[in-house]
Design a protein. Structure first.
Lengths: 277, 637
């Protein structure tokens, strides 16, 4: 658990049969003395769905922010496919292959549904101002390509985000569809790893059950590794290969859902001291 | 965009709501004297203060010389009846909401308008009394007998008191009446009033054009020799425009919505037709226009270029640049240095078009240099820093340190005109050629804006404008993208600068005051941020009619009050129509998001979550408290 800081050891993870796609080593994040994350070791393997759970303020979203370089890690290392992400700008992290969604849905509200998934392919495209001005064949091809890919990604969610909705501004979408569009937008960046921050928050039981299935399909059909922060234990039980429990920035348990859900430390973290008695 | 479909146009302007449309006929009329006197008093007081302010700004006296209709109304007196009319009409405004009863407009509105108008006019009565009894010329320069005479029609204070109460009441009642008459009559009336006003205001333009086309006879019939419409001309114009408005009722809107409803290739064809028609008019018009009109068009064009450049920076990428004049200055100065023989330090005397390459490179470089430190800031800080850089550039050109290069306050003079491939020389002496050159560059700028907006870069700009943090997280290098917007904007601005120096023939630091930045920004905001047509319209109205920072507009008399009117227009625009004159669809959405969402909900176009278009209560339920409960249940599981 409380692993010593391994900031110095920036070497390749050696050993396991399969190299983790994402690995944090002794990751710490300080907010002026408050340790939001403290010595966190975490590994995510390709094709795996890992849930991160924990009470409010446990540091779950901070973990995502640190991985995507939105906040700076104060100690430790983050390795993606064996290479460190420390010191990269957020856009570089995304182009390496990590995409995320936000806890409070943050779409480009006044851009259309299709534009939302087109703009997030920015780091996969190369056309410059000149291509656009001269309207070159390469430019048109690329536009057609990203439109196509955008539509493909949107059609993953059935007919909800397709057809006439392509050209509707994102703010007209219902709450659940906004969440779906956010996932689509993350998918369009062509990532290898997707970080979902409370994907079913605010959805009704039917919707969240459906999205749970979609998360599984994201892995099976698209081959993404997925880390998901979730409060809804139904969803966690359904989707996770592995569950990581954080409390006060420290990992208190890790394992499959059945084990973790009976772990006394976890129960205590959620329900308070004395509940284990 | 489906939002542009006819039923989906929820009028953002309040003026759409009043009037006798079908639904209001069953509404009960109100007794005429059951007025909201408090409201009337409040609006009257505000109006009265406004009247006094206008009077003391010297506008009425100054503009009295310019006649609207010969011997009947001058621009000066017009400036004094606008407020009573507006407040008389405004006081009868009812906010219509579903489920809240409203009343059929009637005598109530007219009486209320008259009362409010009388109060507003009373402001002038009060002023007349005060001028007669106190001497406040010391702080208030315009506290003068001339003003008193103007207010009293040369017949003394008592007359002034009575007449302004009467005029206010009459005009206010007319304003109230506007709410009572059916919409068609109102439209016809407005068309007549605006035509008369426009014809009078645009006198120099129409005269100029008529001379070009050889129909001076007609002009002499319409306009009096000393300015203003003749009475017969005014009646003829009013009748003509009234008939035209009556005949054309609803047709223009109908045609517009038909064009809006077109899709795919048909829409493209319609757009192409419109563009070609506009281009044809712009190419042919100057041939018939005299020097004055062409000069005016050239000035408007220069500002269109600047505004298009700034529109990319502010409108698309959302970077509030208050120092945009810097690029105009750098463009002008570099063109001057590269082409003029009189340039102090180096004078390669390049032909204008060759020099333009250097201008673009230099300005792009300056854009990079200014942009690099600025772009990492956000919001207010960025605006303030750009403001500073705008001034720094001007002060550098002014400084003794660089006077060996740029001539300090003496500037660079005797800049040759722009040689166009040996075909023609564009210089200030021939405004027509300047206009054509500007037109060509405006076309380029419009093309650039249009293409970029629909490209990967344009989408990235919009994403940055919407939410910079998320844009960064979605893989957009926000620094590069914003820098690019800065540079593209700078280059478009430098075109304007290069033409400006060839046109004027000299550049001085004094031409690049901070005011220019502000004016360009006002043009962009007023016209409609993010919309090319809006930006062009904004320049035409503000620069063409009112005039630029140093360039006279059609209303040369207004030049003293230009900034006052700019400010008033801007304030009014922000209150009534924050998306601008001709808004971009996107911008309208942004500013009226909630209303539109609500309208869509009312129309039953909100989606439910099962992919259907039919409206159910499910949206409400989804975001409602049931979800919270479900979530809590899940959490405690």
């Amino acid at each position: 658990m409380s692993a010593p800081a391994q900031a110095a050891s920036g070497t390749q993870a050696s050993g396991p049969a399969q190299q983790p796609i994402l690995e944090t080593r002794g990751l710490g994040v300080d907010f002026g003395g408050l340790k939001a994350l403290d010595g966190l070791d975490l590994a995510v393997y390709p094709g795996e769905i890992v849930s991160v759970i924990g009470p409010n303020g446990a540091g779950k979203t901070t973990l995502f922010n640190a991985i995507t370089a939105t906040v700076a890690a104060s100690e430790g290392d983050i390795l993606f496919e064996g290479e460190s992400l420390i010191g990269l700008d957020p856009n570089r992290v995304t182009s390496r292959g990590i995409a995320r969604t936000f806890q409070n849905v943050r779409l480009f509200a006044n851009m259309t549904v299709l534009e939302n998934v087109m703009v997030s392919q920015h780091c996969r495209t190369r056309q410059s101002v000149f291509g656009a001005l001269l309207y070159t064949k390469a430019f048109r091809n690329e536009e057609a390509e990203i439109t196509e890919r955008g539509k493909e990604v949107l059609s993953f969610f059935g007919s909800r985000l397709t057809g006439y909705r392509f050209d509707q501004p994102a703010y007209t979408l219902s709450y659940a569809n906004r969440r779906r569009l956010e996932i689509a937008r993350a998918m369009a960046t062509q990532p290898k790893l997707i970080l979902l921050d409370e994907p079913v928050a605010g959805m009704n039981p039917t919707e969240s059950a459906e999205l749970t299935g979609l998360i599984g399909r994201l892995r099976d059909e698209w081959g993404f590794a997925i880390v998901v922060i979730e409060h809804d234990m139904e969803v966690v039980r359904e989707v996770s290969d592995r569950v990581v429990v954080l409390d006060h920035g420290v990992k208190i348990a890790e394992g499959d859902y059945a084990d973790v859900s009976v772990d006394p430390q976890v129960i205590e973290a959620y329900l308070g001291h004395g509940a284990t008695a | 965009m489906s939002l542009a479909e006819p039923p989906a146009a929820p009028g953002p302007s309040p003026s759409a709501s009043p009037g006798g449309d079908g639904s209001s006929d069953d509404a009960p009329p109100r007794p005429p004297f059951a007025q909201d006197w408090r409201r009337i008093a409040r609006m009257g007081a505000i109006g009265a203060i406004g009247q006094i302010f206008i009077s003391l700004s010297n506008m009425p006296v100054k503009l009295d010389g310019r006649a609207i209709i010969e011997g009947v109304l001058s621009l000066g007196y017009l400036s004094l009846v606008v407020l009573p009319l507006a407040s008389g009409s405004r006081v009868g405004h009812q906010i219509r909401r579903e489920g809240v009863p409203h009343h059929r407009p009637g005598a109530h509105e007219i009486i209320g308008g008259a009362a409010c108008g009388a109060l507003v006019g009373g402001g002038l009565s009060l002023l007349a009394v005060l001028i007669a009894n106190f001497d406040l010329r010391e702080p208030l320069v315009n506290w003068s007998p001339i003003l008193a005479d103007l207010l009293g029609f040369n017949r003394g204070t008592a007359f002034a008191v009575i007449i302004w109460l009467a005029i206010g009441a009459a005009v206010g009642a007319a304003g109230g009446l506007l709410r009572v008459v059916p919409p068609l009559a109102r439209r016809v009336l407005w068309t007549m009033v605006l035509t008369l006003f426009g014809a009078a205001v645009l006198e120099s333009l129409t005269t100029d054009l008529a001379e070009g086309m050889g129909i001076e006879g007609l002009i002499e019939w319409f306009y009096a020799p000393r300015g203003g419409l003749t009475i017969t001309g005014a009646i003829a114009l009013a009748a003509g425009s009234g008939v035209l408005a009556f005949v054309a009722r609803g047709r223009i809107k109908g045609a517009k919505s038909r064009i809006d409803a077109l899709e795919g290739p048909a829409r493209n064809r319609a757009n192409l037709g419109l563009i070609l028609a506009t281009a044809a008019v712009l190419v042919i018009l100057p041939m018939f226009a005299g020097k004055l009109t062409n000069e005016l068009l050239a000035n408007v064009g220069l500002f269109v270029l600047l505004a298009l450049g700034l529109n990319i920076v502010v409108g698309l990428a959302g970077i509030l640049d208050l120092g945009y004049v810097a690029f105009f200055a750098v463009g002008s100065y570099s063109a001057a240095v590269l082409t003029a023989a009189t340039s102090p330090k180096i004078h390669p005397e390049l032909p204008w078009f060759v020099a333009l390459i250097g201008v673009v490179l230099l300005t792009g470089l300056v854009g990079l240099f200014i942009g690099a430190p600025v772009i990492r800031m956000r919001g207010d800080y960025l605006a303030i820093v750009t403001l500073g850089f705008g001034e720094i550039i001007r002060l550098l050109f002014l400084s003794d340190w660089l006077s060996g290069w740029f001539g300090g306050s003496q500037g660079i003079t005797n800049i040759p005109g722009a040689e166009i491939f040996g075909l023609a020389t564009v210089a200030g002496t021939d405004p027509r050629s300047v206009f054509y050159l500007v037109l060509a560059f405006c076309a380029i700028a419009i093309y650039v804006s249009w293409r970029l907006e629909r490209s990967r870069i344009g989408r990235a700009w919009m994403a940055v404008r919407e939410d910079e943090t998320v844009a960064e997280a979605m893989g957009i290098n926000t620094v590069n993208v914003k820098l690019l917007a800065f540079v593209v904007g700078a280059v478009l601005g430098s075109f304007s600068g290069a033409i400006f120096s060839a046109k004027v023939g000299s550049v001085f630091p004094a031409s690049f005051l901070i005011l220019v930045s502000i004016v360009i920004l006002v043009v962009v905001i007023f016209g409609g941020m993010g919309n090319i047509v809006g930006v062009v319209a904004g320049s035409a109205v503000l620069i063409g009619v009112l005039g630029g920072p140093k360039q006279p507009g059609l209303l040369a008399e207004f030049s003293e009050f230009k900034l006052l009117i700019y400010g008033a227009l801007l304030v009014w625009m922000m209150l009534a129509r924050p998306e601008g004159l001709i808004p971009s669809v996107r911008r309208t959405r942004e500013l009226h998001q909630e209303e539109m969402a609500q309208d869509a909900w009312l129309r039953g176009q909100t989606e439910d979550d099962n992919g259907g278009r039919d409206a159910t209560a499910s949206t409400a339920a989804t975001s409602g408290s049931t979800v919270e409960a479900a979530r809590l249940a899940g959490e405690s599981a």
